[in-house]
Design a protein around this ligand. Structure first.
Ligand SMILES: Nc1nc2c(ncn2[C@@H]2O[C@H](COP(=O)(O)OP(=O)(O)OP(=O)(O)O)[C@@H](O)[C@H]2O)c(=O)[nH]1
Length: 344
């Protein structure tokens, strides 16, 4: 039986970053299932390193798609004994509800799959503004076998210890056991993840089992903790040729109303032709990096995600920012380089 580890986290918390870090661990044969919310699976193109087998599911969050969104099929394929994988990691879209995903994995019809735990990534900077905004602690805490408090580097050093203690205290209100581990840029010790994950074939007294049972019977009838499942929507726009760097940065600096997350690989016009960059907006923070080589697999596109989007308005703004540029504008390229340096 091959452990299937769920990797969850709110939009932009750093799931893909954690996944890439885990995949750099030499030795293990790992399969991944990547789920993206937009029409294009941006994340699939961003997963680098040692993937032995991969499957991607785009077009909605995995726990809301019909028939487990192809998850069962992907798990059946990736856990085939002849592939001899040590583990399969399912990276859910930031919109997925961890409890619902854990339940899907537990009830998977894949013969050789067994639940291998749930790793929940928290954005240590944004978390108390976006996910845990007070009142009852979010149910997602109960689903985790390991909580990663990521983006610690973005907090002033003197605040880190306090923030970690606050996060841990909140998780403890729902989950007496899951370690809460601070990281920068997703650098979790892979041994911790795989070991924690593999040890976790949860006995009934763990909180997750009880919660999952209560979900079978309650709420919206299909396993969602309805009030907690944020139904974000996504808008995808493709690029037809190198775009203007300044126009894309204008979009990131002043995103359409409701957009919390914007990401994608796009070629921008430079004096020497098109050059591809990865653009990332999470909340108010903008990140620009050269596109990783493997990301050329997907078409250039931007995906915007947010809780309540005016899809027509957002689509028009994305399309305008992606309009092919016929010449390289120096001012825009200078801004791009400045963001690149800030993101390094
Ligand atoms: N400074 C800093 N940036 C980070 C860290 N982890 C991730 N990032 C950046 O945050 C952005 C989002 O990271 P991703 O790994 O794509 O997040 P995600 O959770 O996979 O995003 P979605 O799948 O869209 O929900 C990217 O620009 C990352 O480079 C971190 O620990 N520190």
């Amino acid at each position: 039986m091959i452990p299937v580890i769920a990797l969850t986290g709110h939009l932009g918390a750093g799931k893909t970053t954690v996944l890439n870090h885990l995949l750099r661990r030499p030795g293990a044969r790992v399969g991944v299932v990547v789920n993206d919310f937009g029409a294009i699976n941006v994340d699939a193109g961003l997963v680098t390193g040692q993937v032995d087998e991969a499957a991607s599911i785009a077009g909605g969050c995995i726990c809301c798609l019909p028939e487990a969104g192809g998850l069962d099929q992907a798990l059946s394929r990736l856990t085939e004994p002849r592939l001899r994988l040590d583990a399969v990691i399912v990276e859910a879209s930031g919109a997925a509800e961890p409890l619902a995903l854990a339940r899907l994995i537990r009830s998977s019809g894949a013969e050789h799959a067994r639940p291998g735990g749930l790793v929940d990534v928290i954005d240590a900077v944004e978390h108390f503004r976006t996910v845990d905004t007070g009142g009852l602690p979010p149910a997602r805490y109960a689903a985790a076998s390991l909580v990663i408090a990521n983006k610690m580097d973005l907090l002033p050093p003197e605040q880190r210890e306090t923030r970690l203690a606050e996060l841990t205290a909140r998780v403890r209100e729902r989950n007496p056991v899951a370690p809460v581990v601070p990281t920068e840029r997703g650098a979790i010790d892979p041994a911790l993840v795989f070991d924690v994950a593999e040890a976790e074939d949860p006995p009934d007294q763990l909180p997750i089992a009880a919660l999952l049972r209560s979900l079978e019977t309650g709420h919206d009838g299909h396993g969602h903790d309805a009030p907690l499942h944020e139904h974000a929507s996504a808008v995808t726009a493709r690029a037809d040729g190198p775009a203007d760097a300044g126009a894309i940065l204008d979009l990131l600096e002043d995103p359409p109303r409701g957009v919390y997350r914007l990401k994608g690989c796009v070629a921008v016009r430079t004096p020497r032709g098109g050059r591809r960059y990865l653009f990332n907006l999470v909340g108010a923070s903008i990140h620009v990096a050269p596109a990783p080589p493997r990301s050329a697999d997907g078409a250039d596109a931007l995906v915007a995600i947010g809780p309540e989007l005016d899809e027509a308005e957002v689509g028009a703004r994305l399309a305008a920012a992606l309009a092919p540029a016929d010449r390289a504008a120096a001012a825009g390229l200078r801004r791009l380089q400045r963001y690149r340096r800030l993101s390094a």
